[in-house]
Write a protein that binds this ligand. Structure first.
Ligand SMILES: *Cc1c(COP(=O)(O)O)cnc(C)c1O
Length: 464
């Protein structure tokens, strides 16, 4: 006779039996929280973190017992699980990873690296009180921006500078200060979306300026700017196209022509450069785009760029230009919202000092981009000779990244590993190494790797 038939015949007996089964469930075996956390194996752990974890864990077990998912309690398993959960709970969410994608300025992976020497140089300022807003000569309140400004002026021979939180803030601040309720003229071909929801037309609207589009998507001429100027025009703006290119039947106006036109009409010329750089870049990158020194030769009213793209430093928006204009930017209340911390300023100043001394090896972005193919090949051989699996070393192409010169591929050396690409990719990712899949192979691209990454890569390869 089957169970349900028994129930039909002896309903009350079944009720008693099921009651009995309920009390036999191992609720009573669940450890008391205070006893559990007092266990010797937890003696070095933080009790309040542990209590929270233990409460959640035991609650979870209780649910499982109720739902008949478990029928006995394994005390040693509870201890083991809680120790593991404790470890995970204290593991920082933000952690270092190894960039084997070959993309040097990788926005998802933190953009530019800070060299340890630069970091150490900034450490004394960050870990102590400092003269952030204190004038040591006069013994009175000083200007937070003066430190980096002085260094930038000397480095680039520009009139003045201002540092804000990022380049997006720089664009907003400039438009809001000089062109609110007035017109700003921009080429239709430059109304770009940079990614991370930075859309030039939207940012302009939010800043309070009236966007005046000129030219067409593919062609904008000098006369387009000239004809669009009205009594209400405040600013002629050029925007770096950053992450897209127009090819074929195209035309755009050089910034120095826009700059001259603006000056002749008493308007402000402003170039949102996106990425600004100083030393010569290999692979024709310098020929494709002018360096900061070159741009500053036309004495622009204002230019701005990111601190953590080709400049190779910390996240910041760097504004360079005319002294009287920077003074007006400093008076805008919005600057208070965009202001940077001493950590940013200290790191940036260290980078600027390295530039002054031409110590480009202290700017990882620059030294990685400029490394020769021979150097990369040598390092690939040195790395891969430790691999216990088959591989191939080949020359390939990669991108700079960070919305910098999107149509420029630069040569690189890759190590293609033998084996299933998808499985390899996830094995490496689980071990903190992000590579890429190309031609159905998982590859490690030498362009964005440093020698200090090699040990972890070798260990990860040889785990396979
Ligand atoms: C990257 C970029 C920005 C945004 O700079 P963030 O420093 O990321 O805020 C703005 N304009 C252009 C042209 C860019 O390339």
């Amino acid at each position: 006779m089957r169970g349900e038939e028994l129930v039909k015949i002896f309903p009350s007996a079944f009720y008693l039996i099921s009651k009995k089964v309920e009390t036999m469930k191992p609720f009573r075996q669940l450890p008391k929280i205070d006893k559990l956390i007092a266990d010797d194996s937890f003696k070095d752990l933080n009790k309040s973190i542990l209590t929270n974890l233990a409460k959640r864990y035991i609650e979870n077990l209780r649910e499982k017992i109720k739902n008949n998912q478990i029928d006995k309690i394994d005390y040693s398993q509870i201890i083991k699980d809680l120790k593991q959960e404790y470890k995970l709970a204290l593991k920082p969410s933000l952690r270092p990873i190894i960039n084997a994608t070959g993309v040097t300025i990788h926005t998802n992976l933190g953009r530019s690296l800070i060299d340890e020497a630069i970091y150490d140089g900034a450490k004394d300022v960050v870990c102590n009180y400092c003269n952030l807003e204190y004038d040591l000569d006069k013994g009175k309140r000083g200007d937070r921006y003066q430190h980096t400004t002085q260094a930038l002026r000397e480095l680039l021979n520009c009139e003045d500078a201002l540092i804000v939180n990022n380049n997006a803030a720089a664009v907003f601040l400039i438009l809001n200060t000089f062109a609110k309720d007035k017109e700003s003229i921009v080429s239709r071909g430059e109304l770009v979306e940079i990614g991370g929801s930075f859309r030039v037309p939207d940012v302009m609207r939010e800043s309070g300026t009236k966007l005046v589009e000129v030219g067409t998507t593919n062609k904008t001429k000098f006369a387009d700017y000239e004809n669009a100027i009205t009594d209400n025009t405040a600013l002629l703006m050029k925007v770096h196209k950053s992450n897209y290119t127009i090819e074929g039947f195209t035309q755009e106006v050089d910034f120095n022509e826009i700059s001259k036109l603006a000056k002749s009409k008493n308007l402000i010329d402003y170039y949102d450069l996106g990425s600004g750089y100083i030393p010569r870049l290999s692979w024709g990158l310098s020929e494709a785009e002018p360096s900061l020194d070159k741009l500053l030769e036309c004495e622009p009213s204002l230019i701005s760029f990111s601190g953590d793209k080709l400049f190779g430093s910390v996240q910041a928006g760097i504004i360079l230009g005319k002294k009287e204009l920077i003074a007006k930017l400093k008076k805008n209340q919005l600057l208070r919202m965009f202001r940077v911390d001493k950590v940013t300023l200290a790191l940036l100043e260290q980078t600027i000092l390295a530039y002054k001394l031409k110590k480009y090896e202290a700017i990882p972005t620059i030294s990685m981009l400029n490394a020769t193919v021979e150097e990369l090949e040598k390092r690939a051989n040195y790395l891969a000779k430790n691999f216990k699996i088959d591989y191939e070393i080949k020359e390939r192409k990669t991108y700079v990244g960070g919305g910098t010169m999107p149509n420029r591929k630069i040569p690189t050396i890759i190590i293609a590993l033998s084996g299933g690409a998808i499985a390899l990719e996830s094995h490496f990712r689980a071990n903190g190494i992000i590579g890429r899949i190309e031609d159905e192979h998982f590859i490690l691209d030498m362009r964005s790797l440093r020698e200090k990454d090699f040990k972890q890569i070798i260990e990860t390869v040889n785990m396979l």
